[in-house]
Design a protein. Structure first.
Length: 337
């Protein structure tokens, strides 16, 4: 297969989280043909209506290569030049999916068996695909998870702790603010306190961080706001309880806080002969819950370009990733047992 053409074909199928049906059908059809030609089998793993994971296996899959088929918005189509393939999902993670498929083709040609490919939905939002796969294990001993690491094995990844903060007040005419109670002012005061929280650090993963991702509220410039809301995301480096406790203390009952997501930080193992790195983002790995074996994290492309208007993947890295994935599967298969 041509990895550049395959990457572009995947990019050009819009698959923002929740709308993965078309790209899932494309992958199923392609992998079903590859499997039929090489003694494998392909199946849809139901997640919810019009959403499914795609699994292809050759023999009993001891090692499974996996990444996600969904992207963040907004969609934009593919393009390429001598150095890069561009478009939404180029490095996160459709170029990675293409490299894994090409690696599988190479492994089949070499007579390698007992491995698989797993493409999941929902990574960018709720990890429903990984959670669904965790309930349907196939006995794999190793899971190679694909995210942009510049083809280096990540030995650590930060976790996430997400909150919705809601402030409530009382409506009034803005000419008489003393008659109202501004939810926006409550929210701003709370966020100022939260921004000054001391956050934990880890020797491998570095410092925890906070992002105030969204703020909304109010009704009109001449109305005292009765409600306001913000979304917070902490990138964690260990036990989240100190952050939880500090947040409760900072809020001190002024507003409501709801924890909506926690994904733990990870310390991962290295493999001799592969360069290593540490990443600050979160992956599907914790949501597989160990059901697909010991996790490894590696893929072509830079996370600094993911989710941006300049998203792209270096062609050189994409080609190199095919070899990286092939060698890892062969190495891990040989070492099993």
């Amino acid at each position: 297969m041509d990895p550049f053409a395959l990457t572009r074909s995947l990019i050009d199928i819009e698959s923002v989280t929740g709308r993965e049906l078309r790209v899932g059908e494309f992958l199923f059809s392609m992998l079903q043909k590859l499997a039929a030609d090489s003694g494998g089998k392909t199946e849809r793993m139901h997640v919810e209506p019009d959403r499914f994971n795609v699994l292809t296996t050759w023999g009993t899959p001891l090692v499974v290569m996996s990444t996600h088929m969904d992207t963040v918005p907004p969609f934009f189509a593919s393009s390429e030049d001598a150095q890069f393939v561009r478009g939404r999902g180029a490095c996160d993670a459709k170029g990675i999916a293409a490299a894994m498929i090409c690696a599988a083709e190479r492994l089949c040609a070499a007579g390698t068996g007992n491995f698989g490919l797993l493409f999941v939905v929902g990574e960018e939002k709720d990890s429903l695909g990984a959670l669904g796969a965790a309930r349907q294990p196939r006995g794999a001993k190793f899971l190679i998870n694909g995210e942009p690491t510049e083809n280096k094995l990540a030995v650590g990844a930060k976790g996430t702790l997400r909150y919705v903060v809601t402030a409530r007040g009382r409506l009034a005419h803005s000419a008489y603010p003393e008659l109202g109670d501004s939810a926006i002012e409550k929210l701003l005061d709370t966020l100022n306190a939260v921004r000054n929280l001391p956050l934990p650090a880890d020797a491998l993963l570095g410092k925890s961080t906070l992002n105030i991702g969204t703020i909304s509220g109010g009704r009109a410039p001449n109305v005292i706001a009765d409600e306001a809301q913000a979304d917070l995301m902490f990138r964690t480096v260990g036990d989240p309880e100190p952050i939880r406790a500090a947040l409760r203390a900072a809020v001190n009952g002024r507003v409501e806080i709801e924890e909506v997501l926690h994904t733990p930080a990870l310390h991962l193992e290295a493999v001799p002969g592969f360069e290593t790195t540490v990443v600050a983002y979160t992956t599907d790995i914790p949501n597989f819950r160990g059901a697909w074996g010991k996790p490894l994290l590696i893929g072509p492309g830079s996370i600094h370009l993911a989710h941006t208007a300049e998203e792209r993947i270096p062609k050189k890295e994409l080609l190199a990733a095919i070899g990286v994935y092939s060698r890892l599967v062969q190495r891990l298969s040989t070492g099993v047992g």
